[in-house]
Design a protein around this ligand. Structure first.
Ligand code: PMT
Length: 398
């Protein structure tokens, strides 16, 4: 993901400095070449040796160190960066940059870089809320600096509230987003994901094996590419992707209501959810007793949300999925035509290495004009990127 990317990780002095060790691990695991700069106070919390061992690069601590300036100076570091992350970023470092002060290795290199800079602030809640800090942050945001906002929780200083460093995973996601081509900026994309549950009684339901992984990968990737993303999701155990609006639903009827409420505002709708085609005609309000040997549940058909969207006079760019177990090409092409779609992603869900509830997928993408593209087995995150790449091109040309 981050192969051939040069990232500078600035660590300033706060108790959360230990969490940037985990962030460094995520970055190097994704293939980035990471160079760490530590302020003097950061070294009171974590030793440079820890970052050096994990980055396989010398850690920079002093501006006036003759040896390290000769080997790789602060200007060279600033120039080589694809991205600069400061985590944790103290009120002091943010204040200095907002005031144009460059008086140590970290602030000097930030001032000299032309790379995007992502600050992940961490501090006491009252410092965070302080008008001076807030004005500094707003000023930097206006100049294009990026921020991964701190979260609420119990702080090391004993206070409760905002100021806790965002998780290493959230900072990593924002770093990926900062490095991704923004070909979907200004587009609003609604993605459905996961299964629906059709309740029989308070303890039982009809559902399917969808984990939501495909739809969540699409949501995450669309956000990275700059889109405003609404993720309408059936019940899953997945974490909400950062920077995405999550609307949680249970049944097909709930999903239809939420999708139809948003459709007028959307440029694109991608329906990766596995919507139950049928629901029980009646939901029992109490648990059905097992005192009969055999019983039958009457089912009624759920509305086809995608077909409803396809029938609209003015509709967004529509991408369906087709979950097939046989005659993939024939069935997918039929759904593309019958539901009046722009694209359909067909996957064979009878295979154990792809489709439902696994990390990988293989698919064929069919377009309205008869073209098709074969996508071999790959991680769902990668397939999401391929699908969104085609959508971005179609939107540009359309
Ligand atoms: O969630 P994962 O575990 O990652 O698995 C991914 C997946 C296999 C669920 C996904 O890749 C996939 O194939 N999703 C579509 C599943 C499905 O319902 O396919 P279908 O062929 O039955 O439906 C065709 C299309 O119509 C789909 O876009 C579906 O969302 C939509 N539909 C179906 C029925 C219905 N009542 N309303 C709909 O909108």
């Amino acid at each position: 993901m981050l192969k051939n990317k040069q990232i500078i990780l600035g660590v300033s002095g706060g108790i959360a400095a230990y969490k940037s060790v985990e962030l460094l691990r995520l970055l190097t695991k994704a293939g980035a070449d990471v160079h760490v700069i530590m302020t003097r106070s950061a070294q009171e919390f974590v030793t440079p040796l820890t970052f050096q061992a994990l980055s396989s690069n010398a850690v920079h601590t002093e501006l006036f160190n003759l040896l390290s300036e000769q080997k790789i100076g602060h200007i060279s570091l600033a120039d080589r960066a694809d991205l600069f992350i400061v985590a944790p970023a103290t009120a002091n470092v943010i204040g200095k940059i907002a005031g144009g002060i460059a008086d140590d290795m970290l602030t000097t290199t930030i001032m000299a870089t032309k790379a995007p800079v992502l600050f992940a602030p961490a501090m006491n809640v009252n410092m965070y809320k302080n008008q001076i800090y807030q004005e500094n942050e707003q000023k930097l945001r206006r100049y294009g600096y990026l921020f991964e906002a701190p979260v609420s929780g119990s702080l090391a200083c004993g206070w409760e509230g905002e100021g806790k460093l965002a998780s290493p995973e959230a900072i990593f996601e924002s770093a990926l987003a900062a490095l991704t081509k923004k070909d979907l900026t200004g587009r609003k994309i609604l993605i459905t994901a996961g299964p629906t549950r059709e309740e029989i009684d308070p303890v039982r339901y009809i559902s399917n094996h969808s984990s939501g992984k495909m739809g969540y990968a699409l949501a995450r990737c669309a956000r990275m590419r700059g889109a405003q993303v609404i993720l309408v999701s059936g019940p899953t155990s997945l974490m909400k992707p950062a920077g995405v609006t999550l609307v949680e639903v249970t049944s097909a009827m709930d999903m239809q209501r939420e999708v139809m409420a948003q459709v007028a505002e959307c440029d694109v709708i991608i329906k990766a959810a596995a919507v139950a085609d049928y629901r029980p005609s009646k939901r029992s309000s109490s648990k059905i007793k097992k005192d009969v040997d055999c019983t039958a549940i009457e089912l009624v058909k759920n509305p086809d949300i995608l077909a409803t969207l396809g029938n609209m006079d003015r509709r967004p760019f529509l991408v369906g999925f087709a979950a097939e177990t046989n005659s993939l090409k024939k069935n997918a092409s039929k759904k593309l035509a019958e539901k009046n779609l722009d694209m359909i992603v067909a996957n064979d869900v009878s295979q154990i290495d792809a489709g439902f509830n696994v990390d990988n997928n293989r698919a064929m993408i069919f377009f309205k004009d008869g073209r098709n593209v074969e996508c071999p087995l790959m991680p769902k995150k990668r397939l999401a990127d391929v699908i969104l790449g085609y959508i971005a091109v179609e939107l540009l040309e359309g």
